[in-house]
Design a binder for this molecule. Structure first.
Ligand SMILES: NC(=O)c1ccc[n+]([C@@H]2O[C@H](COP(=O)([O-])OP(=O)(O)OC[C@H]3O[C@@H](n4cnc5c(N)ncnc54)[C@H](OP(=O)(O)O)[C@@H]3O)[C@@H](O)[C@H]2O)c1
Length: 275
């Protein structure tokens, strides 16, 4: 993969604690080339991600140029006491401090994507978000990240963000619920602006889809698992999926789902299942 390319699957590193480095090593060996993390110690061990990357460079599994590394800035309300910045500092300073800490954890001088973990308010794009985003743009301008993104956003957030005249994100990363039309409104907004939609919790948020007879029949026909059909569907509707599997067999399965193809009718049928 060229450094400029975005891979077609992201390996998520949340909730792995002491197993973080080992699992990322396995994921890289399985073939994942996109890594998603966050400088949020409550849910992620970003330093463990860096440890795995350094080990993989040393053993020749990948070079830095082969991989896409994405991390996030998380407001204090999403953190516990283990903060990567001074909570008394203005938000813009917190962004710069969090980025410096991420680069150190990840043993790199530039990440590929830097994501605002979530807006300050569940409802509106606030002044804090305006400040954080401007600081993130500055981090991009000085070369600390190639691209920028936002996460856990509603259509309302995105519309309000756009109305501030802010630079458009390259990525939107959201939890994707089938029962909300697979986040259709946000996906449409992204598609119209060539923003890459990253979908997470595709399996865990949608057990009714994973267990649905239609998905079961398609899995049987393709000699695949229902999980693989869900990932194939996600890709077919234009998402960049994430998986956080801890199981090497599932790592291989998730990557193999890239070879599955569903007809337009089948994709439409899955899209209509719960939306
Ligand atoms: N921006 C945010 O706020 C945010 C929030 C949550 C997550 N994320 C990111 O998204 C990543 C992924 O999170 P997620 O919620 O999608 O996944 P996840 O919670 O890590 O879980 C994936 C689940 O699917 C199962 N699974 C995966 N592949 C499977 C397969 N082929 N067959 C059967 N089961 C399979 C896994 O079980 P096994 O382990 O047994 O395979 C696991 O239970 C996180 O690690 C994080 O990087 C971001």
């Amino acid at each position: 993969m060229a450094a400029s390319a975005v891979p077609d699957f992201l390996y998520g590193t949340a909730w792995k604690e002491g197993r973080t480095a080992a699992l990322i090593g396995l994921a890289l060996r399985a073939g994942f080339r996109g890594i998603d993390t966050a400088n949020q110690r409550r849910h992620y061990v970003e330093a463990g991600v860096g440890e795995a990357l350094v080990a993989a460079y040393r053993t020749g599994i990948v070079t830095r140029a082969d991989i896409f590394v994405q991390t996030k800035f998380t407001y204090q309300r999403g953190q516990d006491h283990r903060l990567p910045y001074d909570p008394a500092a203005p938000v813009a300073t917190q962004v710069a401090q969090s980025m410096a800490s991420s680069l150190e954890h990840l043993a790199t001088d530039r990440v590929d994507s830097y994501v605002l973990h979530g807006p300050a308010s569940g409802r509106d794009w606030t002044e804090d978000d305006v400040d954080a985003w401007a600081a993130m743009v500055r981090e991009r301008d000085i070369g600390h990240t190639r691209w920028l993104g936002v996460s856990n956003v509603s259509l309302r957030h995105l519309v309000q963000m756009e109305a501030t005249g802010a630079e458009r994100p390259t990525f939107v990363q959201n939890r994707c619920y089938a029962r909300f039309g697979w986040d259709r409104a946000v996906r449409v907004f992204c598609a119209e602006r060539a923003i890459v939609y990253q979908g997470f919790s595709l399996l865990t948020a949608n057990p009714e889809v994973v267990q649905h007879p239609l998905v079961g029949r398609l899995a049987e026909r393709e000699k695949a698992s229902p999980a693989q059909i869900v990932f194939a569907f996600a890709r077919a509707v234009g998402m960049l999926p994430l998986t956080g599997t801890s199981d090497p067999y599932h790592m291989a399965q998730d990557l193999a789902s890239r070879a599955l193809s569903l007809s337009a009718d089948e994709v439409q049928a899955i899209e209509a299942l719960a939306g």
